[in-house]
Design a binder for this molecule. Structure first.
Ligand SMILES: [Fe+2]
Ligand SMILES: [Fe+2]
Length: 309
């Protein structure tokens, strides 16, 4: 299949409810200037109240038919890498956010991070419902589903979540006043994991399903997940911008964390089944290079706004 321009991706990044988050990645002005307006923590909270949704309202009946009747076993297997990374990723970020919330220095920041913990819990339930109602796996209980689906992940995924992220949240649990560790954790969590990996995966997976006309219930719910992620990344951007302006050592902490995390994040973009293909494989109809480009542009805009570009 020849790679096509990400037209769906573009129309989605222009959605007004996504842009309402003021995530710098969705603002072309961030290519030129760092002086773009970001929402305050209180404004992000108000936006959260206006952007609620329910996993219970989604209808997965067409998705079930598509999964078993329209999608071939080989394609189902290839799709399991993306689905599993998200399902497990959501569960891990939901559980690692507590120490970050507790370490946040202001009440407004803590209150926003509490809403984010609720969002991440909803994202786990979204995947759980999709898996169960579509019949993706044999397992029916959440813990068993997570164990079964983890077989599809690659090694870099573990190094990023169970290594780098957990090290920092463990540090914050022990020393909540370690502001440098907090800056490192937010860089890793909001900029790399949510900003680069999750949002890139989401835009390409939704685009692919829309072009193929598959999994409409999943696409509807996943769009809501993506909107939540833009809001979370908007929090990370305003927080890191404040810190970078406050002290040069925080700027260095952001840079140091990115240098360590980016090679791992790049590895997470490559599914284990494509390992022998080198760089020459397509994921959801796009080359690895196109996926990297999308992730890279988003990161550059956010870094510019933070004051590092
Ligand atoms: Fe999430
Ligand atoms: Fe998130």
């Amino acid at each position: 299949m020849e790679a096509k321009p990400a037209t769906g991706t573009q129309s989605r990044t222009e959605r007004s409810d996504f842009r309402a988050t003021a995530d710098p990645a969705l603002n072309e002005a961030a290519d030129r200037t760092s002086e773009v307006k970001l929402l305050t923590y209180a404004e992000l909270y108000d936006l959260w109240e206006r952007q609620q949704w329910q996993t219970q309202e989604l209808d997965f009946s067409r998705d079930r038919e598509d999964w078993h009747q329209r999608i071939s076993p080989e394609e189902r297997f290839q799709r399991m890498y993306g689905l599993s990374s998200f399902f497990i990723g959501e569960q891990k970020v939901a559980e690692e956010l507590g120490p970050i919330m507790r370490a946040a220095p202001t009440e407004d920041q803590k209150i926003f991070l509490c809403t984010q913990i609720a969002d991440e819990a909803r994202h786990v339930r979204f995947f759980e419902r999709f898996y169960r109602e579509v019949g993706v796996l044999e397992s029916d209980r959440l813990s068993e589903m997570l164990a079964e689906t983890s077989a599809h992940l690659n090694e870099k995924f573990g190094a990023l979540f169970d290594g780098m992220l957990k090290e920092r949240t463990d540090r914050l649990s022990a020393e909540p006043e370690d502001a440098e560790a907090l800056v490192e954790a937010v860089t890793l969590y909001h900029m790399v994991i949510e900003g680069m990996l999750a949002l890139t995966g989401q835009h390409f997976i939704m685009d692919f399903n829309e072009r193929e006309g598959t999994l409409p219930g999943f696409v509807e719910g996943f769009s809501n997940v993506a909107r939540d992620e833009h809001r979370h990344v908007a929090f990370g951007s305003v927080f890191l911008r404040e810190k970078a302006r406050e002290d040069d050592r925080y700027k260095q902490a952001i840079q140091r964390t990115l240098e360590q995390a980016l090679p791992l994040a790049d590895g997470v973009l490559q599914p284990p089944w494509a390992e022998n293909a080198g760089e020459d494989f397509e994921l959801f109809g796009y080359s690895l290079e196109e996926t990297r480009q999308f992730a890279g542009t988003c990161l550059m805009r956010r870094l510019k706004v933070i004051g590092l570009g």
